[in-house]
Design a protein around this ligand. Structure first.
Ligand SMILES: [Cu+2]
Length: 171
């Protein structure tokens, strides 16, 4: 009889411990959720297929990753938030086909001053590109990518490609 009581007391204690543990993990879950939601909003600041990217006088894009949906028209806005003239600190966005040798493309672009550093000989490698912008200017382009994949984008102004590059992820 005494033994039985002891056993049931142990059972109650172990159940309490178990439920306390369950409560703990639930609490952890609810605190984790807002954090992951925040991460998602910072990773994909653009909604739908309208993408906006900024370029500045420090030779930087504000984003290194853009996300879009395959098969739907993409609107890409390049905002040059700098102040310098396009002859000294010009910026563009060139989206390249998968398999393009990006370094080689940038090299060819160096010699294409007459066409704003978009080499005509390499047009087969280009999906879309903005015009060359100077400080305070912007350009909007529209294009569609039907194949899902990860596409390189760069600014082809001489010397910029090393810093000004990123990935367009099409899903
Ligand atoms: Cu640039």
């Amino acid at each position: 009889m005494k033994k039985q009581l002891k056993n049931s007391a142990l059972l109650v204690i172990s159940m309490l411990v178990l439920s306390a543990c369950g409560g703990d993990t639930k609490q952890q879950d609810s605190t984790d959720q807002p954090v992951t939601a925040q991460e998602e909003t910072t990773a994909t600041p653009s909604t739908g297929n309208t993408l906006e990217i900024e370029a500045n006088d420090q030779m930087q894009f504000n984003l290194t990753e853009l996300k879009a949906v395959a098969g739907q028209e993409i609107t890409l806005v390049l905002k040059n938030v700098g102040k310098m003239d396009k002859t000294v600190m010009g910026h563009n966005v060139i989206i390249l086909k998968v398999g393009t040798d990006v370094a080689e493309y940038a090299k060819k672009a160096l010699a294409a001053k007459d066409t704003d550093y978009v080499p005509a000989s390499e047009s087969e490698s280009v999906i879309a590109h903005t015009k060359l912008t100077g400080g305070g200017e912007s350009d909007t382009i529209k294009f569609t990518i039907t194949e899902k994949g990860t596409y390189d984008f760069i600014c082809s102004f001489p010397g910029h490609y090393a810093l000004m590059k990123g990935k367009l992820i099409v899903e």
